[in-house]
Design a protein around this ligand. Structure first.
Ligand code: 8YV
Length: 316
C-alpha cells in the first residue's frame, strides 16, 4: 500500500474515491502547512495531495526526494516549484478535468448577477414580494479574459447556449477561434465593449492585479465582472471603488485574495455591496469534477511510483 496524505478539504470533496483507491492508503490531514508537514513525517507518506493553500516552507522538507506533491486541481500558484525542484520532488496538477464545472460556475454567476437571483431568493419567502428587474444575456457581449480551455468552454456555452456575442482577450490567439466573434490582445479593444467580463487567467507574477483600477476604468459603464480564476488577478479595492462609483454595475466573485474572504487592509468590504455576489471558491466543486481530480491526482502519483514521470501532468 502506498501511503498518501490528502489535505482534509480535498479528501472531503472526493472521500469515496480516496477511501477505495486501489493500492493506496489515503489519509486525511490538515491543510495548514506545519501540521501537514508533521503528519507527513508521522505517517511516513512520500506523497501529498493538496488544494489551493499556498505552501512555502515545511512541506518541501517533509516530502522526500522522488516523492510527489499533487495538486487536486489545475492552478499551481500555491506550489513553490523551485523549492520542490531543488529537493527532487515531483509536482503535478489535474488539467482538463474541471473545465466544464468551472465554466458552468462562471456562467451561473453571470446569470445570477444579471437577474439578482441571490437577493430574489432571499426576498421570495418573506414579506417582500418585489420582482427585481434584471438584464438579459442573449445578444449581450461577453469578453473572456484568457482563452485557455476553461475560458474557451465559457465562450462556447455563452455563444451557443445563451446567444451572446463573445470577444476573446489574451496574449496569444487561441487555437480554436470558433466561439469568438473577435479576438484581441488589446484590453481596451476587447473589454471596452463588453457587458460582461469573465476572467480565466492564472495567478502569475505578470497577471497580479490584472483587473486593475485602470483596466476597470476601460470597461464599459455598467459592465458586470465575473472571476472564477484567482483572487490575485483582481484588485479587490479597485472593484469596490468601481462599483460604488457606478463605473461597473456589479460582480460575481468565486475567488479572493484571501480565502476565506477578508477585506484588504483598506477595509473596503465587498460583502457590504449588494451588487456583489460572492461564493466560496466552488468553481470546480461538483461531484463529477471532484471525482475526476481525485482520480487524476492518484494517477499522477501512480505514474511517479512506476517511474513513468513522463506520463504525469508535471508542473514547474
Ligand atoms: C481547487 C482550483 O483545486 O483547480 C484549481 O486551480 O482553484 C480548484 O479547483 C479545488 O477547489 C481544491 O479543492
Amino acid at each position: 500500500m502506498t501511503v498518501v496524505v490528502v489535505t482534509e478539504p480535498e479528501f472531503a470533496k472526493a472521500a469515496a474515491v480516496f477511501r477505495k483507491a486501489e493500492g493506496f492508503e489515503c489519509i486525511p490531514v490538515p491543510a495548514e502547512e506545519a501540521a501537514l508537514a508533521q503528519r507527513i513525517r508521522e505517517t511516513g507518506a512520500r506523497h501529498a495531495i493538496i488544494g489551493v493553500v499556498k505552501y512555502s516552507g515545511p512541506l518541501y522538507d517533509a516530502i522526500p526526494a522522488g516523492g510527489v506533491i499533487a495538486r487536486f486541481g489545475v492552478g499551481h500558484d500555491g506550489v513553490d516549484k523551485a523549492a520542490a525542484r531543488a529537493r527532487g520532488i515531483l509536482c503535478c496538477n489535474t488539467p482538463g478535468v474541471l473545465d466544464a464545472s468551472v465554466a458552468e460556475c462562471a456562467v451561473g454567476l453571470m446569470l445570477a448577477v444579471a437577474r439578482n437571483l441571490a437577493a430574489c431568493a432571499l426576498d421570495a419567502p418573506g414579506a417582500a414580494w418585489a420582482p427585481r428587474v434584471g438584464v438579459e444575456l442573449a445578444g449581450k457581449t461577453l469578453t473572456v479574459i484568457g482563452c485557455g480551455s476553461i475560458g474557451g468552454r465559457v465562450a462556447r456555452v455563452a455563444r451557443h447556449g445563451l446567444g451572446m456575442r463573445v470577444v476573446g482577450f489574451g496574449r496569444s490567439r487561441p487555437a480554436d477561434l470558433e466561439p469568438y466573434a473577435e479576438f484581441s490582445s488589446d484590453f481596451a479593444a476587447a473589454a471596452g465593449q463588453a457587458d460582461f467580463v469573465s476572467v480565466h487567467i492564472p495567478d502569475t507574477a505578470a497577471n497580479r492585479d490584472f483587473i486593475s483600477r485602470e483596466r476597470l476604468g476601460l470597461m464599459k459603464k455598467g459592465a458586470i465582472l465575473i472571476n472564477t480564476a484567482r483572487g490575485g488577478v483582481v484588485d479587490e479595492d479597485a472593484v469596490f471603488d468601481a462599483i460604488t462609483a457606478g463605473t461597473i454595475a456589479g460582480a460575481g466573485l468565486d475567488v479572493f485574495k484571501q480565502e476565506p474572504y477578508r477585506p484588504q487592509p483598506s477595509g473596503k468590504d465587498l460583502r457590504t455591496l449588494p451588487q456583489v455576489l460572492m461564493t466560496p471558491h466552488i468553481g470546480s466543486s461538483t461531484r463529477e469534477a471532484c471525482e475526476r481530480m481525485a482520480l487524476a491526482a492518484l494517477r499522477n502519483i501512480g505514474h511517479a511510483i512506476a517511474g513513468r514521470s513522463g506520463e504525469m501532468n508535471l508542473i514547474g
